[in-house]
Design a protein around this ligand. Sequence first.
Ligand code: KG4
Ligand code: ZN
Length: 323
Amino acid sequence: MILALETSCDETCAAVMAPDGTLRASVVASQSAEHVAFGGVVPEIAARRHLELLDPTVRAALRDAGLSLDDVTRVAVTAGPGLIGALLVGVGYAKGLAWGRGLPLVAVDHLHGHVASLQLAPEPPVGPHLVLLASGGHTLLLDVDGPRIRTLARSMDDAAGEAFDKGARLLGLGYPGGPALAALAAQGDPEAHPLTTPLAGRDDLAFSFSGLKTALAMAVAAEAASPSDLAAAYQEAIVRHLVERAALGLAATGRDTLGLVGGVAANERLRAALPGLPARVVAAPLALCGDNAAMIARAALDLEPLAPAALLALDAHARSPLG
Ligand code: KG4
Ligand code: ZN
């Protein structure tokens, strides 16, 4: 049994997976209530809460799976990218557990984890595929061919989830902003005061969200439309931009399958818009779009554990070669 841990941001996560990929338990202890007052994640608070929550979260996952620590044969942990203090809590715990019990340890890249969440969909992609990864920290187009993952496009400025969070703040909504902005947008008319799609008409394989955010800030200040109409226009422009870049990526690579992963993959408008693309679209299961340890366990299934000598030397890293 694989025990996987994920502590890269503000969710303390543990999951248990059988070697054949069957998910036995996945527990996500969200800390978002602790960060609400600050309008975003406070790294020191996140690290301290991980320290308090990780052990009970691991115990809860084992209990849900009907197993004990004695059944764990392999440990997996997110080693980066993310908040360094938060990552260190998970990495330290995993190293101690693996070393103390003589278990193999697998270090997983968080972005690889999001990509692997597709393998937990009812009908996973088969063969090489393109992945649109849209989260709070990254917006990427990834070309996935077995274990080989190549970055085709990244954001020149903000990430898509960050754009949702900053837009929500401009509209006076709480944190995390994505679901709140989407809920407000559902009551609005996206055509009342449309906002321009970023990089429209250009064929750059890149994303950009900061100009759109400025356009929203100006529209809010000018009271150009109601908050719900502005939320709808803003969400629509983000979705159009993501869909356009995904279409460019499909054309550039000739891939016939597109995966959608990351926190923003939970967005209903985005999930509804992607099937218009000339590809089979596979979205990560809703429960596995946001950060979780099930995706880390699934990624670890296809990775080699660290050599015993490298186990104690494992360190967390804030950035990923994929990002
Ligand atoms: O993947 P994730 O949980 O964490 C990172 O690795 O960053 O993504 C979190 C992001 C946040 O920015 C959040 O606002 C956004 O995903 N998000 C959404 C929705 N649910 C979460 N954005 C748009 N619509 C949603 N329904
Ligand atoms: Zn994530």
